[in-house]
Structure formats: C-alpha cells, structure tokens
Design a protein around this ligand. Structure first.
Ligand SMILES: NC(=O)c1ccc[n+]([C@@H]2O[C@H](COP(=O)([O-])OP(=O)(O)OC[C@H]3O[C@@H](n4cnc5c(N)ncnc54)[C@H](O)[C@@H]3O)[C@@H](O)[C@H]2O)c1
Length: 286
C-alpha cells in the first residue's frame, strides 16, 4: 500500500516527534490532539527542532518552510478520514486507545492502516475493538523519535502480512531500522528497560542512594549514556508507571510490582521533564 497521508493522534512528546519524522521524509501529516494547547505545543516543538537543524546547517530555511507547509493541526478526529495511515500516540491507557480505535474504524477509509505507538499494551486487544484487526499493528518509536534509529514492530494475532510488510518498508523509508517482536506485555524494549528503571527507583526509595548517585553509577560504571532516573524523567513517570502496571498485570509476577515511590510521584503530578519535576527539577518547565 502506498502511504502518503498520515494522521498522528496525540501531540505530546512522541506524537510531535513522530509527526516531525514523517514531515522530514516528505509525508503529509495531520497532527491531532483533544487539547488545542497540546496541538500548539506540539507544533511549536517541531518548529524549534527544525530551526535547530537549520542553525546546524543540516536543513535550509526554504526546506524548513516547505516541510511546515505539509502539516495540518487538528482537534477534530474526523480529519483522519483521508489518511492512508493513522498512528496513535495518546496516553498509555487501554481504554483511551480502544475508544480512539473504535472511532477510527468508522472515520477512516477501508484500506487505512491503524498503528499504535503503545509502549506495552496488547496490540491484539486494541485491534479486537475494530472490525479490521488485520490492519492494526504496533509501530513503537523510541524517544526522541527524530534521533533514535529503532522502530519496534509488533503484530497482533490477526495482523496481516500485508500490513506488517507495509509498516516495515515505511520504517525503512523514514531511515529507521525495524525489528519485529511478538505481542507480549512490554514487547522487548520495555520488558527489559522498565524493570531496570523500577529497580533504580527502589534503590532511592530504600535509601540506598540519592538519584544523582544511582545515575552516576549506571553512567560511569555501565556505560549508559543516561542514568535510569534521568531517563525515567525523560520518558514521563506516568508512562513508566503505566508500563510497570501492564507488566505486573500481564505476567502476574511480583517482580514487576511498581515501586511505591513511583506511584507517589505520579500522584503528586511530578511526571518528570514534561511537568518540570520528577527525580530532578527542570527550570522553566511545567
Ligand atoms: N515517552 C516515551 O519515551 C515513549 C516512548 C515510546 C512510546 N511511548 C508511548 O507513546 C504514547 C504517548 O506518550 P507521550 O510520552 O507522547 O505522552 P504525552 O503525555 O507527552 O502526550 C500524550 C498526548 O495525548 C493527548 N491526548 C490525551 N487523550 C487523548 C485522546 N483521547 N486523543 C488524542 N490525544 C489525546 C494529550 O493531550 C497529550 O498531548 C504512549 O502510549 C506511550 O506509552 C512513549
């Protein structure tokens, strides 16, 4: 299938990054969010990122203007009606995703591929609310999307070969490397990453070390480019908690229990960079 028009649902850090990546590869993009402020913030983040590329000499001012002509901002889901591909990047909540996919089934063209950027939730369960589960697939980008080379591709039980082939080819057209994995909680990426982050939070919770020390140990000792707590703040602590809940419920194994400190931070609204405070404080945000 020939993909030209793409709608991205959710204009947060992942949605805006996904939109930017498609725009830079010449696609026409509609960026949708339920919140007009979020759409404006997402658009402004894309503008800032492109300006940085211009300043670094990796894009001309003319190319930037042309790229920005191919984006439509929207708070009306009906605008997805002429898209060849929809990628959902709304919050990591099963009910939110199911509601969106149910609506998409009515709005989109019969051949439209419906992808989700979920970090951990069942593709099969999301697909089952539609009458075309063969066209539903997980297309899991990494954060920050324009920079990270991996796209984890997850087929639901009913996903067709045609849909998987199309998404694999598309990921390559975006300059990414697709890796296909099976539909299990957290897939591969977050089944491995998130328990490490949760364990880092436990070390703070139990008073073993302060966040700076935990991150230094992992950076200087294990050669990680970012410490796990700085990474958790970057991902968003609400998203980290949602992923741990999915692993815990999905496998029924107590080794995945979310740390109470993580729950408390989320209750406090300390979600990391996006709210200005998590394990660290970020000036000028939130
Ligand atoms: N943060 C990461 O590092 C990361 C990495 C890979 C995948 N993901 C996944 O991407 C998705 C989005 O994560 P994020 O970090 O961009 O979150 P975010 O909080 O930055 O953005 C979510 C956006 O969705 C909007 N939204 C809420 N309800 C909506 C609805 N019904 N329809 C459309 N938009 C809605 C919000 O207004 C917000 O702008 C989640 O499923 C998450 O698990 C996140």
């Amino acid at each position: 299938m020939d993909i030209r028009k793409v709608t991205v649902l959710g204009a947060g850090q992942m949605g805006s990054g996904i939109a930017q990546t498609f725009l830079q590869s010449g696609f026409t993009v509609t960026l949708y969010d339920i919140d007009q402020e979020a759409v404006n913030r997402g658009f402004s983040a894309i503008g800032t990122a492109l300006t940085r590329l211009v300043n670094k000499g990796r894009m001309t001012e003319e190319q930037k203007s042309l790229v920005l002509q191919n984006i439509t901002l929207s708070t009306n889901l009906e605008n997805a009606s002429d898209s060849d591909l929809v990628i959902e990047a709304a919050p990591e909540k099963m009910e939110t995703k199911k509601t969106l996919f149910k609506a998409l089934e009515r709005i989109c063209m019969p051949q439209t591929i419906m992808a989700t950027n979920t970090s951990s939730l069942s593709i099969t369960e999301i697909a089952a609310v539609t009458n075309r589960p063969e066209q539903v697939i997980g297309m899991h980008f990494m954060n920050p999307v324009p920079v990270m080379p991996l796209v984890e591709i997850i087929r639901g039980l009913a996903t067709s070969d045609g849909t998987a082939d199309c998404i694999r080819t598309l990921a390559q057209a975006l300059g990414k490397t697709p890796v296909e994995v099976r539909d299990f909680p957290g897939f591969v990426s977050n089944r491995i990453l998130m328990p490490m982050i949760n364990e880092a939070i436990y070390t703070v919770y139990e008073g073993v070390a302060v966040p700076e020390a935990v991150d230094q140990v992992m950076k200087l000792g294990m050669n990680h480019p970012m410490g796990p707590l700085a990474l958790a703040d970057f991902i968003g602590l609400d998203t980290c908690l949602a992923i741990m809940e999915t692993l815990h419920q999905g496998f029924g194994d107590s080794k995945y229990r979310p740390c109470p400190l993580l729950r408390n931070y989320v209750k406090a609204g300390w979600l990391g960079r996006k709210t200005g405070r998590g394990f660290y404080i970020y000036e000028g945000r939130g």
